[in-house]
Design a protein around this ligand. Structure first.
Ligand code: CP
Length: 308
C-alpha cells in the first residue's frame, strides 16, 4: 500500500512528487464521498484531532473541521484569543496540555515561521501546518494545484502566475514548491518591493507588468496585500497598487485567450480583484474552497495511517 514519506505535513518543501500524487488520488476518492448523500465515513472513529489557531482564519479552520468530522474523528478547537495564552502560557505548555487529553493529531496555524517544525520535535502527535507566518501553507498549495489539475487534467506544463504580495505570502511559497514539483512553469508578478530577492533561485520568473504576465499564463493566482504583516509602506497607495496589479474584466477581455482566475481568500474586492472577475465563469475560487475539504480529508487520512 502507498504511504506518505513524512509523518507530519509541515511544508510542501518536505514532500516529494509521489506524495503529492498520492494526496491527489486520495482526495479524488474523498471528493466523491462528500458529493454523495451520506457524506461521512467511519475511518477515524477512534482518533482525536485538535485544531489550534493562533491567527485568524475562516476557510482553513472550517475546512479542517469539516474534513475531520466527515472522517468521524473527535474534534477539539482552540483559538488563542480566548485561551490561557493570554495569561502567558507558552506554545509547548499549551500543546502538551492539549495532548495530555489524548490527542492524536494537531492542526496548527501560528504567526511564527517554523512553529510547526518546532512543535513536531517536542510532541508525539502528528502535526499539520495550517499556515506559519509568511513561511508555508501546505494544504492551501495542495488544494490550489489540485484545482488546476481538475480544470486542465494536469498541472505539468501549465503556465501559472502568482500576482501580488509575494514577500509576505505563505501561499506563494508553498504554491511555488508544489507547482515546480508537479512540472508547471511559474512566474510571480507584483511591485518589486513585494518580490523577495531570492525568488529566482527557486526556478521562478519575475514579471512586473501585469498585462504581460497575463498574456503568458494559463492560470493567474491573485493574492491579497497582507497589510497586517507590514510595518512600512511597500507602494505609494492602494489606488496605485490596484491600477498596476489589480485584475478587472476589461484587462481579461483584452487578452487573446481565456485564463483561469484563482484566489486563496480572503478577497479584498476592488483592490487585487474586482467582483465581476471574482464571481465570473473564469474564476474557480469557490472550487478551490470545495476542494480544500477533500484535500484535507486526504492529508489527515494519510497521516493517521502513519500513526497506527
Ligand atoms: N486561504 C486561507 O488560508 O484563508 P483563511 O485565512 O480564512 O483560513
Amino acid at each position: 500500500m502507498s504511504e506518505l514519506s513524512v509523518k507530519h505535513l509541515l511544508g510542501i518543501k518536505y514532500l516529494n512528487k509521489k506524495d503529492i500524487h498520492l494526496i491527489f488520488e486520495t482526495a479524488d476518492h474523498y471528493k466523491d464521498v462528500i458529493n454523495r448523500s451520506i457524506t461521512k465515513v467511519p475511518t477515524l472513529r477512534d482518533s482525536t484531532i485538535a485544531n489550534i489557531f493562533f491567527e485568524y482564519s475562516t476557510r482553513t479552520k472550517l475546512s479542517f473541521e469539516l474534513a475531520e468530522k466527515r472522517l468521524s474523528a473527535d474534534v477539539v478547537n482552540f483559538s488563542a484569543g480566548q485561551s490561557s495564552v493570554k495569561k502567558g502560557e507558552t506554545l509547548i505548555d499549551t500543546v502538551n496540555n492539549i495532548l495530555s487529553m489524548k490527542v492524536d493529531m494537531v492542526v496548527m496555524r501560528h504567526p511564527n515561521p517554523g512553529a510547526g517544525v518546532f512543535l513536531s520535535k517536542h510532541v508525539s502527535a502528528a502535526i499539520i501546518n495550517a499556515g506559519d507566518g509568511a513561511h508555508e501553507h501546505p494544504t492551501q498549495a495542495l488544494l490550489d494545484s489540485y484545482s488546476i489539475r481538475e480544470k486542465y487534467g494536469e498541472v505539468g506544463g501549465k503556465n501559472v502566475v502568482i500576482v501580488g504580495d509575494i514577500l509576505h505570502s505563505r501561499v506563494a511559497l508553498s504554491n511555488i514548491f508544489a507547482l515546480k514539483l508537479l512540472g508547471a512553469n511559474v512566474k510571480v508578478c507584483g511591485p518589486k518591493t513585494l518580490i523577495p530577492k531570492y525568488i529566482e533561485s527557486l526556478g521562478v520568473g519575475v514579471e512586473t507588468n501585469l498585462k504581460q504576465a497575463l498574456e503568458w499564463c494559463d492560470v493567474a493566482n491573485m493574492l491579497r496585500v497582507q497589510n497586517e504583516r507590514m510595518d512600512v509602506s511597500y507602494f505609494p497607495s492602494t489606488r496605485e497598487y490596484t491600477q498596476q496589479f489589480g485584475i478587472n474584466k476589461d484587462i481579461l477581455q483584452e487578452l487573446d485567450k481565456e485564463i483561469v482566475i484563482m484566489h486563496p481568500g480572503p478577497i479584498n474586492r476592488g483592490v487585487e480583484i474586482t467582483s465581476d472577475v471574482a464571481d465570473s465563469e473564469q474564476s474557480i475560487i469557490l472550487d478551490q474552497v470545495e476542494n480544500g475539504v477533500a484535500i484535507r480529508m486526504a492529508v489527515i487520512y494519510l497521516l493517521a495511517a502513519k500513526i497506527k
